[in-house]
Write a protein of this length. Structure first.
Length: 76
């Protein structure tokens, strides 16, 4: 989970993020940041994040992102 937080901080420098930060509700992530985040997560965790995965529930918190990555890793 720490690596996900690091990636978010690289994309959005200066933001305070932890496992429970509401990334969408608190406007930490916008559409451009999500596109960048998807690319970084795909590379970092070697998962294929498709359009069907890019839904608000999967990007609501770092915990939700981690759950999505875990699910995608299990599908491989």
């Amino acid at each position: 989970m720490e690596r996900i937080i690091e990636i978010i901080k690289e994309i959005k420098p200066g933001v305070a993020v932890d496992e429970t930060t509401r990334l969408l509700d608190d406007k930490v992530l916008d559409s451009l940041a999500i596109v960048s985040l998807v690319a970084e997560l795909s590379d970092e965790f070697d998962v294929d994040i498709t359009a069907r995965d890019i839904v608000p529930d999967n990007f609501a918190t770092v915990t939700a992102i981690k759950a999505m990555i875990d699910r995608l890793e299990d599908e491989d």
